[in-house]
Design a protein around this ligand. Sequence first.
Ligand SMILES: Nc1nc2c(ncn2[C@@H]2O[C@H](COP(=O)(O)OP(=O)(O)OP(=O)(O)O)[C@@H](O)[C@H]2O)c(=O)[nH]1
Ligand SMILES: [Mg+2]
Length: 229
Amino acid sequence: MFHLASSLYTQYTKREQYNVLILGLDNAGKTTFLEHLKLLYPTPNETKKAEGAPDTTETIRSKRILPTVGQNVATIKYEGSDSHQFTNINLKFWDLGGQKSLRSMWSRYYKSCHGIIFIIDSTDTERFHECYETLMEITHDQSWSDENNGFDFVNVPILMMANKQDLPTAVDLISLKTGYFIDLVSELEATDLKLLPVSILENQGLRESLDWLVTRLVYNKANKMPQYK
Ligand SMILES: Nc1nc2c(ncn2[C@@H]2O[C@H](COP(=O)(O)OP(=O)(O)OP(=O)(O)O)[C@@H](O)[C@H]2O)c(=O)[nH]1
Ligand SMILES: [Mg+2]
């Protein structure tokens, strides 16, 4: 009885924290995404972002973001577009280096993550197949099997972001879904997967993307419990 009361107390007084992995090939925009989120959302110690914040696109453009070799970590307080929904959620992001030689490190994080964001450079058509193969490797990695009763397949939601839509050479969502990634969409039919068009630099589609992800993280809660902080 005491344990039940204590766990209910924890659930109602603490914030839920979900861990999200940001993956994708090098130069996709992963670190730019994390830096932009840090400008848009408060940290767990802040109450709210100041009203009339400066143009985040300009701030991001002025930052010198280098290719990631290790990892970048940041935690934000999630604020849904609909303010009545999900008022008690923190998101902790791990942004990992996407260069080929660094991708073998990714699987170490799979067990601790509640969701994956996979970012694609929509102008880099020559590497779309590499994106497909990389996603297949992620979803079929054996690290998933231990917690999945021998079923070695990803058990967390995946949000694919078709980034750099601000550039004229970017491939649009319909062409990606019906052309380049048609195999991917059918291969991952059973996965909780969404492909959204974004411009991380210009803050297009970022809030919508997080709203989708958070809804799916909460939906998947019984399968993968959040941490309480
Ligand atoms: N035009 C445009 N450029 C972008 C956008 N997002 C990111 N970039 C650029 O893409 C380049 C790579 O961005 P990063 O954030 O360093 O990419 P990354 O995925 O972290 O790369 P690695 O750390 O090597 O894995 C930078 O020059 C960014 O300014 C976007 O929405 N539009
Ligand atoms: Mg990076």
